[in-house]
Design a protein around this ligand. Structure first.
Ligand code: SAM
Length: 283
């Protein structure tokens, strides 16, 4: 039964422990007591929508009932944070454009550039990468290099949005003008104020769900560039190490791994060395 605080029923200690333990075990996401009101406000509507009368009832339904598959996907979506934007933490994109991509495009025998956006959320990071790689390949006249950008995320809803590649015009403001002209189409319906990524780029992209702490089904074992930003902060140290080790296993040697500006693999004893702020190169 519910006890009300500020309109939203509060979760008792035992319920918080159950949800927190499950979320950290399954997805790696830490749920300390400070996240209690966030969890309550996100889950209460789902408890009601499922016609249940307590958080415990919802926990049992979503974690144990085979009929709850759709609800499980909603739950996953609600307990993770999806904040993202085009060209977020711009310094990494500058490093890519000025240093990494010119070097890859100058390699004579190179035929492919393979990129992964791990924990890609709704796709803005992956499309930012796609724009830069496509522009570099064209500008270096390397039509013999094919490239792919793959995005993976825990959230089904975020992946569906990434696959559509449709964004509010105002959210595209950080895309440099030249790239915006090349890779965005503006909706013909002016009242909608939407943009879509051009088909030429969408064709190079693939998005799918996957858990970085399980065995995500990644398409390559030789990624040249991996972005895994602003997700390790939600993990404990052991899970951070496990997720990065999995990614490094799927990278070409010499490949570049970009983490969020406040994330690091220092002290994890993994086969990669720092080359710039939150950028590592696989040994
Ligand atoms: C804050 S967003 C970061 C998006 C993007 N990388 C960026 O920096 O803008 C974090 C994303 O990590 C995803 N996520 C959380 N735990 C995950 C896991 N175990 N496996 C895959 N994705 C996960 C969430 O669904 C969310 O979309």
């Amino acid at each position: 039964m519910f006890t009300l605080t500020a309109g939203i029923p509060s979760m008792n200690e035992a319920e918080l422990r159950k949800f927190g333990g499950f979320i950290e075990r399954e997805f790696g996401i830490k749920m300390p007591a400070t996240k209690k009101s966030l969890l309550e406000s996100r889950l209460f509507k789902r408890v009601q929508a499922c016609g249940l009368s307590s958080y415990s009832g919802y926990f049992d339904f979503v974690t144990k009932d085979p009929k709850a598959r759709d609800e499980f996907l909603r739950f996953v979506d609600l307990v993770s944070t999806h904040e993202t934007s085009f060209f977020r933490e711009e310094r990494h994109f500058n490093f890519l454009r000025e240093t990494v991509l010119p070097a890859l495009c100058r390699e004579e025998g190179r035929r492919a550039i393979s990129v992964l956006s791990a924990a890609c959320s709704t796709g803005e990071e992956a499309y930012s990468l796609g724009m830069l790689v496509n522009a570099a390949v064209q500008d270096h006249r390397r039509s013999d290099i094919s490239f792919t950008v793959e995005g993976v995320d825990l959230s089904n809803r975020a992946i569906a949005m990434a696959q559509r590649g449709v964004y509010l015009a105002e959210s595209t403001e950080k895309i440099p003008d030249e790239l915006r002209r090349r890779y965005l189409m503006v909706s013909r319906d002016r009242s909608k104020d939407l943009c879509r990524i051009v088909p030429e780029l969408r064709r190079r992209m693939s998005f799918h769900t996957g858990n970085l702490l399980g065995k995500p089904e990644l398409e390559s074992h030789r990624y040249d560039i991996v972005f895994c930003r602003n997700v390790l902060i939600y993990f404990n140290q052991a899970n951070q190490r496990q997720a990065v080790a999995t990614l490094l296993d799927h990278m070409a040697s010499g490949g570049f791994l970009f983490l969020g500006h406040s994330e690091s693999i220092m002290g994890f004893d993994l086969p990669a060395s720092i080359v710039s702020h939150a950028v590592f190169r696989k040994d």
